[in-house]
Design a protein around this ligand. Structure first.
Ligand code: ADP
Length: 226
């Protein structure tokens, strides 16, 4: 359980998160949806303890960041570090003994190559593999499906289902609605730093229709395609 109370965040005089109250329970997958700049990444960074903020973020464990796997939109890797070394480093940081890494390399990554030379999709799969092998209880997956091939998308969807079955708490952001409706129990809409709506599974198709109408309107007709 992660409990967020009265969370606000300022960058200078600009308030980017506005009095957020949310809770995330185990065995549930939460989708966070909002336009670019709405505040999703800032919220994730606050939960991960990477940003100072007002308000409280409490979890039912000693130190949330020690049990949290955070997949960044664009994972960063030091040069001269192989994929294998990266995974070992992250597991060591959690005191997890890593066994049978080659068998568990389900995305077939070239683990002995420098991770900085991986493609965008491979970097994401490496970062995801590492946080999974760390045996975390909480996961924040910021755009996990972006830049990843279709086979991996299917695998990631199944991994999310499995994590849920295992009682983990999962928070995802995605701009691809179908990936959210396939994985989430609940979708939260954020706009200008404020959570404006909570949508449960039975309303997902309505939400998708509304979002299409708001986003597209008559713009395609205006193209005058012939
Ligand atoms: P999202 O992930 O929803 O696209 P972000 O959380 O990245 O949104 O950004 C929310 C707002 O905070 C944006 O207006 C962005 O410009 C601003 N912002 C994000 N990071 C910083 C920063 N380090 N310094 C100043 N402003 C920032």
């Amino acid at each position: 359980m992660i409990d967020i109370k009265n969370l606000s965040k300022y960058y200078g005089s600009k308030q980017v998160l506005k009095d957020i109250n949310l809770s995330f329970e185990p065995s549930k997958v939460y989708g966070i949806v909002g336009e670019n700049g709405a505040g999703k990444t800032t919220l994730f960074r606050c939960i991960a303890g990477l940003e100072s903020h007002e308000g409280t973020i409490i979890a039912d464990c000693d130190e949330l960041r020690a049990h949290l796997g955070f997949l960044f939109t664009e994972p960063f890797f030091f040069s001269m570090m192989t994929g294998r070394e990266y995974i070992r480093l992250l597991c060591n940081a959690r005191n997890v003994t890593l066994k049978e890494l080659d068998k568990r390399n389900i995305f077939h990554l070239p683990l002995d190559q420098y991770a900085s030379t991986y493609s965008t999709g491979m970097k994401k799969k490496l970062a995801l593999t590492a946080i999974l092998l760390q045996e975390n209880d909480y996961f924040i997956l910021d755009e996990p499906f972006n830049g990843v091939d279709i086979q991996s998308n299917i695998i990631i969807t199944e991994i999310i289902h499995r994590l849920k079955e295992m009682g983990k708490t999962i928070i995802i952001s995605s701009h691809i609605f179908s990936t959210l409706s396939a994985t989430c129990d609940e979708i939260q809409l954020i706009k200008d730093g404020r959570f404006i709506r909570k949508v449960s599974q039975d309303e997902f198709s309505l939400l998708e229709k509304e979002m299409k109408e708001v986003t597209i309107g008559s713009q395609i007709d205006d193209l005058g395609l012939k």
